[in-house]
Design a protein around this ligand. Sequence first.
Ligand SMILES: [Zn+2]
Length: 258
Amino acid sequence: MARRLAALALPLVFLLCACAGPAAPAVSAPPATTQAPPATTAPTSETPPATTTATTEAPPTTTSAPPTTTTTGPPAIPVIEQRENGAWYIGNTVIVNKTYGLPPGWADGEDPAALAALDQMIAAAGADGIRLFVVGGGGFRSDEKQTTLYNNYVARSGRAAADTYSARPGHSEHQTGLAFDLNHAASSFEGTPAALWIEAHCAQYGFIVRFPKGKEAFTGFIYEPWHVRYVGQPLAAALTESGLCLEEYYGLTSEYQE
Ligand SMILES: [Zn+2]
């Protein structure tokens, strides 16, 4: 499908991202009510979070001595919340999907930490003989750019269809400056050495393949092996080890309120 879309939209093919899942999200819940599994900062998180825990569980313990003395306290149970800047967060992780949008002008460029991690990842890939590069003119998209992109798709195929492959303005991770499209934003990228390298190694640099294969019903977007999102190493490792996408891991929906 994406290949066909790419053929239809050659000039914009590299912008086609945060696009679209044919399947509707499986769960629906209003914002700010989700219970979530613990997003620990432990270096090796072995806790595969449950997706639909009805009742929250107590934090592991408060009596055993923590391994470090500099932490501020036991890990809080993460709950999604809207900050004063208008964006939605779980801990320090900004959440952007079809349910949770960004206010206009939330970011004005690529996140420095994400860029630094990206540079390290590109260098490591290069050492393995894999050339990674950013497409789409950079990872960041302004509100204007996303609006233009989305409106072009709406004009071409109607809103309903556009919503299946292009994020509405305010709902693209590219507007955070934390996401990048690598090498080739099309389904034919799947299975290439570069795609396999990204899948195997990106978590070491704090990235996740944000829209994994088989998770379309949760993310609301098609499998995008080229789209990586910076979340930092602990969470990236936990997500990767869990085998869950971000929505599953935190029990979030991804669907427009309409
Ligand atoms: Zn993308």
